[in-house]
Design a binder for this molecule. Structure first.
Ligand code: 13P
Ligand code: SF4
Length: 299
């Protein structure tokens, strides 16, 4: 039997839903029940009636699904698919930083470990960071772990934002020179950038958006050519949703190794034997749930 059919059959047998992030390889996106950005996938994980969630993404995403759906089996088909940015913060380091600041709320990017979410006030994603910060009563806060998302947000609010020195190695490496080179090669193309990019890259952007925000923008835009300033996996759903329009990577070096780890064989294996389960322990899950639910309630 063809592997894609095998996955479909297994998913039916196990009452499973397959969720995939927009950066996943094309063949994984094609077999998924839903592809999306971090916010959309969290919302879907919270409301699905499936008994098993197969999360084709990275570890923090599967943890978020487990936080929201403790009675479901959450599977990450490649257990070592992590996020280098999420690894740049630990509960211990966060506690230390907080002890050095006056009492203030903490906004955590979903790209963080569950144990860090458990210590924080509210989560955010790249799609809702400004809205989340504006929802707080306090005028001063700490935002972690992405310094670039924090700077992007700080420029759009009057609140004082303290930074954590974390970053996505793939977005942070995009330089103004690379953007200019892409612009010279594709004159007139719209430059879309993800808030995980550095401020000097964002300054050059025509549009700043989450991954799904970019897909929506390209669909609605009258323009037909786009330079894409995010992980290169997004080119596939952009092209799929916009036949007839052209998309060019701002830099081919923006490829996240962890987002490319899961194969169709891994999905089949994980479904068949329920391997790669991610389960957040209850003492972490309960406080982390507050932070995630508070974010979801805002939409
Ligand atoms: P979004 O899809 O939420 O924009 O996130 C990007 C990302 O880096 C996920 O790891
Ligand atoms: Fe983490 Fe960056 Fe990869 Fe997203 S693209 S999973 S932020 S390392």
């Amino acid at each position: 039997m063809e592997i894609k059919e095998k996955i479909k059959d297994l998913a039916k047998q196990k009452k499973a839903v397959i969720l995939a992030h927009n950066y996943q390889p094309p063949e994984i996106q094609d077999i998924a029940d839903l592809c999306g950005d971090s916010l959309e996938l969290s919302i879907q994980a919270a409301k699905t009636e499936a008994e098993v969630i197969v999360f084709c993404g990275v570890h923090f995403m599967a943890e978020t699904a487990s936080i929201l759906s403790p009675d479901k089996t959450v599977l990450l088909p490649k257990p070592d698919a992590g996020c280098p940015m999420a690894d740049m913060i630990t509960p211990r380091a966060l506690k230390k930083k907080l002890s050095e600041l006056s009492p203030m709320p903490v906004v955590t990017y979903v790209n963080s470990p569950a144990a860090v979410k458990a210590l924080t006030t509210i989560c955010c994603t790249s799609a809702n960071a400004v809205k989340v910060v504006e929802s707080l009563e306090e005028d001063e806060l700490l935002m972690a772990p992405d310094r670039n998302l924090a700077r992007y947000t700080a420029a759009r609010t009057d609140k004082k934002i303290h930074l954590w020195e974390g970053y996505c190695p793939f977005h942070d490496r995009l330089t103004p020179e690379q953007i200019q080179k892409a612009r010279d090669a594709h004159p007139g193309a719209v430059f879309m950038a993800h808030p995980e990019c550095r401020p000097e890259a964002l300054q050059m952007a025509d549009v700043i958006a989450s991954t799904s925000g970019m897909i929506r923008h390209a669909k609605e835009s009258k323009h037909t050519a786009f330079i894409v300033g995010t992980e290169v996996g997004l080119l596939y759903p952009l092209k799929k949703a916009n036949p007839g329009k052209s998309f060019y990577p701002a830099s081919p070096a923006m490829e996240c190794t962890d987002m490319k780890k899961i194969t169709l064989a891994d999905v089949a294996e994980s479904l068949e034997h329920l391997t790669g389960e991610v389960k957040v322990p209850e003492d972490i899950r309960a406080p982390a749930l507050n932070a995630v639910e508070r974010m979801i309630a805002l939409r």
